[in-house]
Write a protein that binds this ligand. Structure first.
Ligand SMILES: [Zn+2]
Length: 369
């Protein structure tokens, strides 16, 4: 038996045209091992369909860009360049037209490349998502091996590019946090009263773990602390959070070096002082654990210990030869927390609204990783 796979393009008038012979699949007498697609066939298929689909999409896009958006006049073609675009189904070299701007409007440059301007990131969102997800669960090297084994990516990705991509995504998450909300330091009671109250009871636990440190520039070694925590609402839903203590420490070191008070450090000290005062003033309100136990509420710290294990130990400590910088650990931790909270895909969908949604809740989490 022989099956031919072709890509057929249907034009707007309904006519069809074969634009690509994808592959031929031949099968002899039925055996368990030749029933259905092999991994190699599936990878070839994905790579070729991706190549053809992208070529067609790019050709259509380039065609739409050949007239001036202001006056509709035809734009002059200068030359054709190429850009490399990395996707989940292979690295592609795409033709990219360079056009002269129309002179009906003043322009800062004489020429422009519509496709290069559209694809400012040269790695597809889908690949960035998958790289981030796996790198948060296992080492960069293992993530590369896994993706190369299952997808048509052999020799196209390496641990360094995956790490750089993941750090860029984590930095994007960090940048979205915006300015620190230090309303408890600067605000007044009236503003604080307007803050939303979480549904009680809300259980929050925090703990730390040590991660081995190595700085390749200064050759310094040691340990630094990573703080993680988990909050659980009355309905049982929980969220994890965390940060590398050493990463924030840099701020204090910087303040010492410059011999002037660092605004972040002094705010933090002030907040801690206020927190201590708050605890003392509210001593009578601190839960009676015996009473809690009788009402079946959480009194154990084991959920925090398991969070430390889940968030830090499995990815940052398990392999003793792995060493981290506070920044590297902090950034990867942000992705790992998004993955464990099952929020990473939703984040990507906020950034790239055309990304196919899928509910992360339905996907097993690879807890063993
Ligand atoms: Zn024009």
């Amino acid at each position: 038996m022989k099956i031919k796979l072709q890509i057929v393009m249907e034009s707007e008038d309904g006519s069809e045209q074969v634009i690509q012979e994808v592959t031929e699949i031949e099968r002899g007498s039925l055996q368990p091992e030749n029933l259905g697609l092999s991994l190699t066939e599936a990878k070839t298929l994905l790579q070729q369909v991706q190549q053809t689909l992208v070529e067609q999409q790019v050709a259509e896009y380039e065609q739409q860009q050949d007239s001036c958006e202001h006056c509709g006049g035809k734009l002059l073609h200068k030359d054709e360049r190429t850009i490399v675009y990395r996707t989940l189904f292979g690295k592609l070299t795409l033709p990219c037209n360079r056009l002269f701007h129309c002179n009906c409007q003043p322009q800062p440059t004489r020429t422009f490349q519509p496709l290069a301007n559209l694809l400012t990131e040269r790695t597809s969102p889908e690949l960035l998502y998958v790289e981030s997800k796996f790198a948060s669960l296992m080492s960069y090297g293992l993530s590369v091996k896994l993706l190369e084994e299952l997808l048509p990516l052999e020799g196209q990705i390496n641990a360094t590019t995956v790490r750089n991509n993941v750090q860029a995504i984590a930095q994007r998450l960090e940048n979205e946090l915006g300015e620190e909300k230090d309303i408890y330091i600067e605000g007044v009671q009236r503003d604080w009263d307007q803050l939303p109250r979480p549904d009680l009871p809300l259980v929050v636990g925090m703990d730390g773990g040590y991660v081995r440190y190595y700085d390749s520039e200064s050759k310094q070694k040691g340990n630094f602390e990573v703080i993680v925590g988990k909050s659980t609402k009355a309905d049982g839903t929980s969220l994890r959070f965390g940060f590398a203590y050493g990463y924030l420490d840099d701020i204090f070191v910087l303040a010492d070096d410059e011999k002037k008070p660092c605004p972040v450090a002094s705010k933090l000290y002030k907040m801690m002082e206020e927190f201590e005062t708050y605890i003392r003033n509210n001593e009578a309100m601190i839960p009676n654990y015996g009473e809690r136990w009788r009402y079946g509420e959480s009194i154990s710290s084991s959920f925090v210990e398991s969070t430390v294990n889940q968030v830090i130990s499995k990815r940052f400590v398990k392999k003793q030869q792995m060493r981290w910088t506070p920044k590297g650990a902090h950034l990867l931790l942000q992705i790992r927390i998004q993955v464990l909270n099952r929020e990473l895909r939703r984040k990507f969908q906020q950034w790239y609204s055309g990304l196919t949604p899928f509910p992360e809740e339905n996907i097993p989490l690879l807890n063993a990783a």
